[in-house]
Design a protein around this ligand. Structure first.
Ligand code: C2O
Ligand code: CU
Length: 458
């Protein structure tokens, strides 16, 4: 088939794998940050765009001068970006050229159950299947990734993730920075062997110390002295990023997981747990042409360098009102969920149970509104978790009894729940029927059971 043969990366660097790895680590800001290519439809009719994607192994140059075998959507690491429009159906034919099952999930998508990538509803090796996305939701930075039962953590780690961006006319009218000034940035950590191959071990949070930005370690990115819209996703399995610009400049948060905030929110730092997105506008005209602006993580240090290398005209703006966040409907049901790790069995649990694809944990009447209280019970070992339900996006009512911070007051689908914390969420479950999962998005945790099943019923 179209699967390239897996040449071991050290085949071309016999005996010098270590040197190559060290060179990569010691030469920061030597590679340009790429922007994942936008996937083009193979056909478009009235209200539908058709795409094809093949999931296959490929060799990627991640660490300069080396080759790493990765799992890809269409050969790209990270995967190609889908740019779709609200209300236009995207029909994507996925074919699986791996020797393992896959399941494709659009994270944050209001997707019918049959296309949502339920963990056991897999695409078998050598097979194809059609996923359909109605995109009946507002503009937002979503992403897509693998969700195959027990394999999702390794598959995502090895590369099966990409952006899925929804645009709508209301957003276009705002005249936010667009086109070449609208940049998706996927952040994640990784662990490499001396021969540049990826090492995946479950729960390996100590050793995944190479940070990749759109698939490259410590890249640079040349920008004009004008406003940019930067869309971040944290695609790490376990790592939380706490970011700021190196000079502590103020930036403007404009969106969270589910799209635009009500209004622009000035921030100096921002945290992203795995699966979360944030959009900020940075005005690089505040820096002289020739300056370097670092994106710093509180733990990993500088992960990306912006090189302000030219002047540019800028007719974009950030209006005082960005969107209308709908009023909260009345909730008719309350539920409580506790996330915890059982140290004696090594199991990750929700309400004391591991995921079972045959067991419905939560039955929900379609189009009803519920309040969910999610608690991280892992105070003893201080294990961080977060929480992500499929199908819906939610509003945060409270974090530890306090109203949410402005950056969390918009539309969300993934929320940090630190050790001992309690977060109250409200969501309206619909319009689709069927089974969906909710889980911790520290994906090694969900792959080891910290996931449960909800069924939307008439
Ligand atoms: Cu990123 Cu189950 O999702
Ligand atoms: Cu967790």
């Amino acid at each position: 088939g179209s699967t390239p043969s897996a040449t071991p990366a050290h085949g071309t660097h016999t005996g010098h794998g270590k040197t190559a790895h060290v060179a990569a680590v010691t030469a920061p800001f030597a590679v340009r940050m790429p922007i994942p290519p936008v996937q083009q439809p193979i056909a478009s009719v009235a209200n539908t765009d058709f795409y094809v994607v093949s999931t296959r192994k490929a060799q990627a140059e991640i660490l300069p001068g080396t080759r790493t075998e990765v799992l890809t959507y269409d050969g790209h690491f990270p995967g190609p970006t889908f740019r779709v429009k609200t209300g236009r159906l995207a029909v994507i034919a996925h074919s699986n050229h791996l020797d393992m099952p896959t399941a494709v999930h659009v994270h944050g998508g209001h997707t019918p159950s049959s296309s949502d990538g339920f963990p056991t509803d897999v695409l078998d090796p050598g097979k194809s299947r059609i996923y359909s996305y109605p995109n009946k939701q507002r503009a937002a930075t979503l992403w897509y990734h693998d969700h195959a039962h027990h394999m999702e953590a390794e598959h995502v780690f090895r590369g099966l993730a990409g952006f899925f961006l929804i645009d709508d006319p209301a957003q276009a009218e705002l005249r936010l920075p667009a086109g070449n000034y609208d940049i998706p940035i996927m952040l994640r950590d990784a662990r490499f062997a001396d021969d540049a191959s990826l090492i995946f071990e479950h729960d390996d949070f100590q050793f995944r110390n190479t940070i990749l930005v759109n698939g490259k370690p410590q890249p640079y990115f040349q920008v004009a002295a004008r406003k940019y819209r930067l869309r971040f996703v944290n695609a790490s399995n376990l790592r939380t990023f706490t970011l700021r610009l190196g000079n502590d400049a103020e930036v403007t948060q404009i969106a969270s997981d589910g799209g635009l905030l009500a209004g622009p929110t000035p921030i100096r730092s921002w945290s992203l747990t795995p699966g979360e997105r944030i959009e900020i506008v940075v005005d690089f005209s505040a820096f002289p042409v020739g300056s370097q602006v670092f994106l710093d993580d509180a733990v990993a240090g500088p992960v990306l360098r912006f090189d302000v290398n030219r002047a540019a005209a800028d007719t974009s703006r950030v209006p005082d009102r960005l969107s209308t966040i709908p009023a909260l409907p009345t909730a008719t049901k309350e539920r409580a969920f506790t996330l915890n790790f059982n140290p004696s069995t090594g199991q990750f649990l929700i309400n004391g149970q591991q995921f079972d694809a045959e067991r419905v944990d939560t039955e929900i009447k379609r189009n009803t509104t519920e309040v969910w209280t999610v608690t991280n019970g892992d105070t003893l070992f201080g294990i961080p978790h977060n929480f992500h339900p499929h199908l819906v996006q939610f509003r945060v009512l409270a974090r530890n009894g306090q109203p949410p911070a402005p950056g969390e007051a918009g539309v969300k689908d993934t929320i940090s729940v630190g050790p001992g914390e309690t977060v109250r969420l409200q969501a309206t479950f619909g319009p689709y029927l069927g089974r969906y999962v909710y889980h911790c998005h520290m994906i090694d945790h969900s792959a080891s059971g910290m996931m449960a099943q909800m069924k939307i019923v008439p």
